[in-house]
Ligand binder design. Structure first.
Ligand SMILES: [Zn+2]
Length: 442
């Protein structure tokens, strides 16, 4: 018998690669944080002697979900300003609230709340876009999760008291500190084309090239944004960024609800990827990303929740379902964005967009053991003809029982192991008290 750390004996295993494939009564063997074999349960029990044997008789096992766009600490603004248009929401509510409340403590407590919510809903890796990246990195490492964390650049806010030079040197220090880190990768994250100058974007591009860091940026979220930009620059934002040399396979365009034929040609020519946030787009009435058309054109599309202030949760199972349903009505084609494709968007395609697919996104030998288990023996997910379909169209995040990152359990029998849920909830209530009592939204 081969001695290993962990053996997961599952009812179903969805490897993601190949697409739309699942194995019945299979096991995942894990040693030193990596997947070493996927094999039938009966063979696994003979071949391996595991320190931790986990029997998942009613469960489907699959890679951890990847939330490809979020602003974690905005969990503390969840439900603070609902039912508003994007620019009204940002200019009159969110940015003033951030101006009033943003601090290291706010980001730490809000991020911990987000991490707890993400782990409990099966997310093992996220693409972060918010202030105080050092705090976010510290929380992520303490929770033993994985993330690509953006160095946010928003000229009107970030640079209130500091120059572009200061912000970029802070970015350089952050990039250098986390170079080669096993859990934390870094990107450069200009907020959006309407809040960053050409000069700043060129500097960011130089830095991104030097450190081989992706650029993670909101793009073409609404028609109003494009009209305003057109008046200022006589170009659509994507064309403006193309002119500045920013577009490449390292560029992650979040939203892209407004895509004309010229945009489409630019995306194909440059190989940028898209991060689709369907529930945020629906809630802010931003528009519809033409997901199936992008996939048909070989644009890699990942899936994100956006922040909890515009979603209002960080639940990737719900996001997958929304993405699959919305894609069908947009394409006016019920075969658009199948369950298997929606699941790949939330796993392997997310890993591709984050440039972490050598490590995560699918259950393959030598990849990191970032894995979740979902109990399908519940009324809403029985009977099971196809576990992929049940996951995307019927499962709730409460059915997620176990989560591992690099073989380390972060959730065991629905209990968080690296975070103190009770303390996190008390802190959230404390922030609610302070923010509600002195709200800028009165
Ligand atoms: Zn966003």
């Amino acid at each position: 018998m081969n001695k290993i750390d962990t053996l997961l004996l599952a009812r179903w295993v969805i490897p993601i690669e190949p697409l739309n494939k699942y194995y019945e009564h299979h096991a995942v063997a894990i040693d030193r944080g990596r997947i070493i074999e996927i094999l039938p349960n009966n063979e696994a029990e003979i071949k391996y002697q595991a320190e931790n044997k986990v029997v998942l008789a009613d469960h489907v096992v699959l890679p951890g979900l990847i939330n490809a766009h979020t602003h974690s600490a905005m969990t503390l603004f969840r439900g603070l300003a609902d039912d508003l248009a994007l620019m009204d929401w940002l200019n009159n509510h969110i940015w003033p609230a951030e101006g009033k409340w943003l601090s290291e403590a706010f980001v730490r407590d809000g991020t911990e709340l987000a991490l707890a919510e993400m782990i409990k809903s099966g997310t093992t890796c996220f693409n972060e876009h918010y202030f105080y990246p050092e705090q976010i990195a510290a929380c992520t490492m303490a929770a033993k999760m994985r993330a690509r964390i953006g160095v946010l650049l928003l000229e009107s806010v970030t640079m209130g008291n500091s120059s572009l030079k200061d912000v970029l040197s802070h970015g350089v220090a952050f990039l250098q500190h986390y170079r080669g880190h096993p859990q934390i990768a870094v990107s450069l994250a200009p907020q959006g084309p309407y809040s960053v100058s050409d000069h700043a974007l060129q500097k960011i591009k130089t830095l991104a090239d030097e450190y081989q860091a992706p650029i993670h940026m909101h793009m073409h979220e609404t028609t109003a944004e494009i009209q305003q930009e057109f008046v200022k620059y006589c170009n659509r934002p994507l064309r403006r960024l193309y002119g500045l040399g920013l577009l490449s396979p390292d560029f992650q365009a979040v939203h892209m609800t407004q895509v004309n034929d010229e945009d489409f040609a630019l995306m194909q020519e440059t190989g940028i990827s898209v991060i689709h946030c369907p529930e945020s787009n629906l809630k802010l009435a931003s528009g519809f990303c033409p997901v199936q058309r992008l996939i048909n054109a070989n644009v890699v599309v990942a899936l994100g929740t956006d922040g909890a202030a515009s979603n209002n949760d960080l639940d990737m199972l719900g996001e997958m379902r929304s993405a699959a349903l919305l894609a069908k009505v947009i394409a006016q084609d019920a075969t658009a964005l199948s369950a298997a494709m929606a699941l790949r968007m939330a796993t392997l395609d997310g890993a591709r967009v984050l440039q972490l697919d050598h490590e995560i996104g699918s259950l393959e030998v030598n990849k990191a053991a970032d894995i979740i288990a979902v109990n399908l023996n519940q009324c809403n997910t029985q009977p099971v003809y196809n576990p992929i379909s049940q996951l995307v169209y019927a499962a709730h995040s409460e059915q997620i029982s176990d989560v591992w990152v690099a073989g380390v359990p972060l959730l065991r029998n629905k209990q968080l192991t690296t975070l103190d849920e009770e303390a996190i909830l008390l802190k959230a209530q404390d922030w609610r008290q302070r923010i509600a009592n002195k709200s800028v939204i009165e």
